[in-house]
Design a protein around this ligand. Sequence first.
Ligand SMILES: [Cu+2]
Length: 164
Amino acid sequence: MQRRKRSGIAAVLAVAALPLLAPSVLAGPGTSATVRFGHDDVGSSFPPITDHDQSGNGKFNLIPRTVTVEVGGSVTYDIFVRFGFHQPMVYDVGTTPEDISGGFPFINDTGGLIATGPRVSGSPGTATWTTPPGTFDAPGRYLILCNFAPHFAEFGMYGWVNVN
Ligand SMILES: [Cu+2]
């Protein structure tokens, strides 16, 4: 009797937990995702480019680095910068970080470039940009990077959008 009661409680708990698990298991990728483009409030308050510490590794990030959306979907980038510039650039499926080359301080590599976001500096320091319609109109893995060369080259400020 005692044993039966315990398994009954376990069954009730399992059923109660289902709604918590179902959305992540059953739902496919959404039509949109949001990414933080720059995390400049972490680390020290000193300009990281001067090599005095490693704060740039935490600051110059896309969070999360990889998101997934459906074909035809979009990604919104919440851009936040204190040091230098952030400028999201979207490259076509098949482009890798190793393919990127270009100028300084802005890379401006047009090979495979399919969308360009706003160039945001420390003042005002924030902007929100959503990829335009048609950016993710085919399945695959898209590279998104910061067009400010020090952020991309020294701190690996890039991420991915998986489209399926
Ligand atoms: Cu940047």
